[in-house]
Ligand binder design. Structure first.
Ligand SMILES: NC(=O)C1=CN([C@@H]2O[C@H](COP(=O)(O)OP(=O)(O)OC[C@H]3O[C@@H](n4cnc5c(N)ncnc54)[C@H](O)[C@@H]3O)[C@@H](O)[C@H]2O)C=CC1
Ligand SMILES: [Mg+2]
Length: 343
């Protein structure tokens, strides 16, 4: 009996430890192994979840609740679909590893752009929707997963040759790198670091719009990091260049992978300028407009949930909640409200 109790305690302890590392740690270690072990990755691919794309547009399915979600198909079903549509096993090998579900199932993505789009949609009971639309229709962790998958597929589609030798590059099974066998150069998926900053003068925040933004949309200022710059240096330079202000202080908020137009790694900051020096000198080659917004104006623009349709009265609105620009604006508004409550 005592031995049975000891065994039970051991099993409970083991499962607690296992549960503690089973979720996050074991999933990350599993993924790491799949990146370096082609055989293990091929085995995982046989029994994985697969997210399909057609010329970089993700396949979405309608849920019972009427919302959209990316279709997570079993790889065995995808193989049957490929065979039914006259494609073959090698196409499945072009899948790219994107993650691991909480149930420890590997997740891959595959672009089936060589197949007839309508035929795949028909069999899968879904629709391929351009990422610029689908990203904003998805919620929670699904939007970042689909964005990451599309970024990796795009990178493979545009990285087929070595820039030093002009020879073809070859991918590993996970799709986490490409190698030029002639020069030995290893290429890894690329992101461009970008700083996005919400500038405040203590009472108001500064928002701008680029000519390419949809009508009425304003966001925080953003700019690509130059080679050798720290994000703080990029931030000060961009604010100086785009609106002619000197930044006084900076605080980090959060980050985001942003798939448009290519992969950017967005680093989000709050910054302050002196309330005595808030006169803007806008660089109109970069920004169509930039101006200071009060808490009242920000609060009312945050309530605009969808972009105005053509013909509607002009209204100011902000990027949707999937964008880090939206998060920075909300954080600023929350802080201002808390500050006002204290006064
Ligand atoms: N997620 C969000 O909430 C927001 C995201 N963004 C993103 O931030 C990014 C950067 O913002 P911008 O104001 O356009 O940057 P920017 O102010 O640096 O201006 C863009 C110009 O920088 C140059 N440039 C330097 N390095 C570049 C690189 N690696 N890739 C492309 N162009 C480069 C090009 O000449 C380009 O025209 C954009 O891609 C935009 O999509 C912008 C605002 C909000
Ligand atoms: Mg900019």
């Amino acid at each position: 009996m005592a031995m049975f109790r000891r065994l039970k305690i051991f099993v409970t302890k083991f499962s607690l430890i296992h549960r503690r590392c089973s979720s996050y740690v074991s999933r990350m270690r599993y993924l790491d192994r799949l990146k370096v072990d082609d055989e293990a990755c091929s085995a995982a691919l046989q029994n994985s979840h697969m997210f399909l794309f057609h010329r970089l547009s993700p396949l979405l399915q309608c849920t019972k609740r009427g919302t959209l979600r990316p279709a997570a198909l079993m790889s065995s079903d995808v193989l049957s679909i490929l065979e039914r549509l006259g494609s073959d096993r090698p196409l499945l090998k072009e899948s790219v590893l994107i993650g691991c579900s909480e149930q420890n199932r590997a997740q891959f993505c595959l672009d089936v752009g060589v197949l007839d789009q309508a035929a795949v949609e028909d069999i899968c009971e879904g629709t391929f929707i351009d990422l610029r639309k689908s990203f904003f229709l998805l919620t929670g962790l699904e939007a970042p997963l689909v964005a990451k998958a599309q970024a990796l597929l795009r990178w493979h589609q545009t990285s087929g040759f070595c820039s030093a030798t002009g020879q073809p590059t070859h991918r590993n099974q996970a799709g986490s790198e490409r190698v030029c066998r002639s020069s030995g150069i290893i290429y890894y998926p690329k992101m461009s670091p970008v700083v996005i900053v919400l500038v405040s003068d203590g009472k108001r925040c500064l928002l701008g719009r680029q000519p390419s933004f949809p009508r009425g949309m304003y966001s925080a200022l953003a700019g690509f990091c130059n080679m050798g710059e720290t994000p703080e240096e990029t931030l000060s330079r961009e604010v100086a260049e785009e609106v002619g202000l000197d930044v006084l202080s900076v605080s980090y908020s959060s980050s985001q992978h942003w798939p448009f137009p290519h992969s950017s790694f967005m680093l989000g900051f709050h910054a302050t300028v002196s309330p005595a020096h808030t006169q803007l000198s806008v660089d109109h080659s970069e920004l169509e407009d930039a101006r200071w917004f009060s808490l009242e104006e920000v609060t009312s623009a945050l309530q605009v949930n969808s972009p105005p349709r053509s013909g509607d009265a002009p209204v100011i609105w902000f990027p949707p909640k999937q964008a880090i620009g939206n998060r920075l604006i909300r954080e600023w508004a929350d802080r201002q409200r808390r500050g006002e409550e204290r006064e």
